[in-house]
Design a binder for this molecule. Structure first.
Ligand SMILES: [Zn+2]
Length: 405
């Protein structure tokens, strides 16, 4: 009984420490008394744990707090995370790009790398990635021993517990032991998380735009890339995780018998609205001698980029306008279906087509017209500005969270 009691106490202490650290992380700088209020723990419990964290160097006291920041009334010291206390690495790998960042404890990017080199050979890709991560560390005069946690984000179905990529259909990467391969190639001995890259981006929003999600209990993150994913995130203090894995909405059938999808089925969302589908349609139009504005913009390029396609849309290329409108309209129907089904507080939309205002308007109008008005309770729609490093920063956020459990 004595042993069991002891282990329960230890477990309670670890749980308290983890909860206190998270409160300081997400709400700091904060007073000890406010931590006690938020967690319903006693002030002595908070003080003991915070003192341990200060001694460990991960938390520090800062400033003097009074009403409205003025030095009036009883003074209380605030506590906050020490940014330099720990370092993490976030990595995003796909068959067409690589993004790596080294961040401090607060997620500030200290060093980053990006390339858009096509590399569908898994062994070559992971080897190059490890070499680039090492180069990033050496530029910061850090070694693997200085890294507290790593997360690797990839498209596809991921077994997070085992650190295995089960399948990435686009590249035919099947049952790749990402965690073991990364550790073997780098000699890194710390924790390595493996996460779907859409889920990692959702974690990134929680870390980097926390004001957006502070009162949000659930949100979906619609990520349009070569494929389309839409994780549904339950966003409580103790639990922030997708309850549907990557949320593979890309293979939701939008038109039975419609356009052929890369999965072999017909009429999937991905076959209309993914980057790959939009680019493929434009390439077909150019090959037919159409889309003259886009042909002019592309010059000698065989495959236009989404940025070039948007430029042609803006210049009024009729074929390109039709292709983009079809992609956005179909995505709008998909958004209505997703909201009808999951009823999230917020939908975050990360898709390059929405750097154009008219495309934003079309998707929101289409979604609104197709929502079930009997059950719809309102949803906040937010367009996320696509950026080259958001996948790596999202992975870094997963690594930081992993080390607070
Ligand atoms: Zn499909």
């Amino acid at each position: 009984m004595q042993i069991e009691h002891g282990s329960n106490s230890l477990r309670a202490k670890i749980t308290n420490q983890s909860a206190i650290l998270k409160i300081i992380y997400y709400f700091g700088p904060i007073k000890r008394a406010d931590i006690a209020d938020r967690l319903d723990l006693t002030l002595p419990t908070i003080t003991t744990n915070v003192n341990d964290m200060i001694a460990e160097g991960i938390v520090r006291e800062t400033g003097i707090c009074g009403a409205d920041g003025k030095r009036v009334g009883r003074k209380a010291r605030l506590v906050e995370i020490v940014p330099q206390a720990r370092h993490f690495i976030g990595i995003e790998i796909t068959g067409t790009r690589r993004a790596i960042c080294v961040v401090d404890y607060c997620g500030k990017v200290l060093e980053s790398y990006y390339d858009s080199e096509h590399c569908v050979d898994y062994e070559e890709n992971i080897r190059k990635t490890c070499g680039i991560a090492e180069a990033c560390l050496s530029r910061l005069h850090l070694s693997w021993q200085d890294i507290y946690g790593v997360c690797i984000g990839l498209p596809g179905v991921v077994d997070r517990a085992e650190g295995i990529l089960k399948v990435h259909p686009g590249n035919q990467w099947i049952n790749k032991n990402i965690r073991a391969d990364f550790k073997q190639l780098t000699g890194y001995e710390g924790d390595v998380a493996v996460e779907n890259n859409a889920c990692a981006r959702a974690s990134g929003v929680k870390l980097y735009r926390r004001e957006l999600l502070s009162d949000v209990q659930s949100f979906v993150y619609l990520f349009v890339d070569r494929g389309i994913a839409c994780p549904l995130i339950v966003n409580s203090f103790h639990y922030t995780e997708s309850v549907v894995g990557a949320g593979e909405v890309g293979h939701m059938v939008m038109e039975p018998g419609g356009a052929r999808c890369s999965c072999g089925n017909d009429g999937c969302l991905e076959a209309y609205s993914s980057d790959r589908a939009v680019i493929d349609r434009c390439v077909e139009a150019m090959a037919d001698g159409k889309a003259s504005v886009l042909r002019e913009i592309c010059k000698e390029d065989q495959r236009p980029s989404i940025a070039q396609i948007l430029a042609a849309q803006k210049a009024g290329d009729p074929q390109v306008c039709r292709i983009v409108e079809k992609a956005v309209y179909t995505l709008g129907i998909a958004v209505a279906n997703i909201v009808n089904f999951t009823s999230p507080d917020t939908i975050l939309i990360d898709c390059k087509l929405f750097s154009e205002e008219e495309n934003r308007k079309l998707i929101l109008d289409t979604a609104r017209k197709n929502l079930c008005n009997k059950t719809y309770r309102g949803v906040q729609s937010v367009f996320v500005e696509p950026s080259n490093d958001s996948g790596a920063k999202g992975a870094a956020a997963v690594a930081i969270n992993m080390c607070m459990q």
